[in-house]
Ligand binder design. Structure first.
Ligand code: FMN
Length: 226
């Protein structure tokens, strides 16, 4: 697939067929992701590719804790005041697009809650790839940049093979559950996970195309003639 076409065609996939993804295919995808650049070639990332029973136990643990009202337990830090201003507006915009596609009304608390719980179950994808950062560099934001580069490489590699994915912060909101069932070593910090599988073409939210701000809003060209 042409690179531009690949990038343009990719979108977050939140509905999957139950069909398994083979270890061989996942190995190829991870090898492509590992070609990402990193600061001084430090390669601070690790990939934990999960399927089957361990992934089911993570879904169950996440669901149980979130339904039980457990505090969010992330290893990667986020701001404690949530998104605000322009970032909040963009967050709301994509939520509206997804809920409209799914036919979920604003005041339909039950279906909204169901949607959130699907996220904690990693959208029932047959595979989840947990990306961790070596703890030695976990406070070094350059290493986070490196892990992000590898994660996008992973997503594009999977897309090029016809798989669908969504980078899924919800899947690691109970990181202790993920750590236990994925057997993550103590010298690694959980950054995110990517839910992955063969897209369900009948799942309408998979057709949602997220928007981007216009180039003149977040790109500046300096020193060009025109
Ligand atoms: C770090 C990160 C975490 C994300 N976490 C979630 C998540 O928990 N649930 C979800 O539905 N989408 C999640 N997404 C997907 C974003 O919502 C999505 O990338 C964004 O809305 C743009 O849509 P697109 O990927 O279809 O272009 C996440 C994306 C990133 C990069």
């Amino acid at each position: 697939m042409e690179f531009e076409q690949l990038v343009a065609q990719r979108r977050s996939i939140r509905g999957y067929k139950p069909d398994p993804v083979s270890k061989e295919v996942m190995q190829e995808i991870v090898e492509i992701a590992k070609r990402a650049p990193s600061s001084m070639n430090t390669q601070p990332w690790n990939f934990h590719v999960l399927t089957g029973e361990p992934l089911e136990r993570i879904r169950e643990g996440n669901t149980e804790r979130m339904l039980g009202g457990a505090e969010v337990d992330r290893e990667i830090k986020m701001s404690d005041h949530g998104y605000q201003g322009v970032h909040r507006r963009r967050q709301v915009e994509i939520a509206i697009q997804l809920f409209e596609a799914m036919g979920i009304e604003r005041d339909d608390k039950e279906r909204r809650q169901d949607w959130v719980m699907r996220g904690f179950r990693q959208f029932d994808a047959p595979v989840s790839v947990v990306i961790t950062c070596d703890r030695e560099l976990a406070d070094d934001t350059v290493a986070h940049f490196d892990c992000g580069a590898a994660t996008y490489g992973l997503v594009l590699a999977a897309t090029s093979k016809g798989l669908g994915c969504v980078i899924n912060g919800q899947g690691i909101m109970q990181s202790a559950v993920v750590r236990e069932h994925a057997n993550i070593p103590e010298d690694e910090v959980i950054m995110t996970c990517v839910a992955m599988g063969w897209p369900n073409e009948d799942f309408v939210a998979n057709d949602v195309v997220s928007r981007r701000v216009a180039v003149d809003e977040d790109v500046s060209f300096v020193g060009f003639d025109d």
